[in-house]
Design a protein around this ligand. Sequence first.
Ligand code: ADP
Length: 203
Amino acid sequence: MTSISSPIIGLAGGIGSGKSTITKHFNQLGIQSVDADDVARLIVEPNTHCLNRIHQRYGDDILLEDKSLNRRALRDIIFNQPQEKTWLETLTHPAIRSEIQIQLKKISSPYGLLVHPLLFETKQNSLCEFVIAIDIPADIQIQRVMSRDNVNRDNAEKIMATQLSNAERIKRADLILENSGSISDMNAKVLILHHKILESLPC
Ligand code: ADP
């Protein structure tokens, strides 16, 4: 592992668990973050090695008119063909991991957050001092994904099935942040957690 200046804390949670909402609040408290979803989008931008390989494999239909990735087309391919999902992950995961490490090294706040829907699944918890898992009942999670992404229950459940269950993630985490209440409840919990983390850091 490359050396990283600020201690990194993992924030793990499935789709719709509240990672972005929670991260925004940490950011307002001055804590910098690296979001694996943003990095995953960055490494397939036009003219990247990853997008060029994807284009070679699937042809022009995988690109939109402006030459950016047609995510919906790619999602359809990997949902229906497990071997293609493996091919894609073999291509993108190392690129994501390496870009995440580059971005983590730039963090200068007292600690930084690595926000990741697949933190344990991709073993990137190894980049973190410790990991906070977001706890949310599956029913609330599904409702939030359905209303945010305008997808049906079936699609929301399909994506969740590719990720660790809430219970499994919690078992592996060091701290739990419960996010089934209101946004202001959650903001109050983040503030308490933030102060606890600051107190626990070496001077
Ligand atoms: P993730 O980044 O983990 O996919 P988001 O932070 O985007 O999840 O949250 C999913 C949806 O749920 C968003 O529409 C967000 O506004 C909403 N949300 C998150 N936390 C809460 C909460 N405590 N109360 C109500 N809605 C929430």
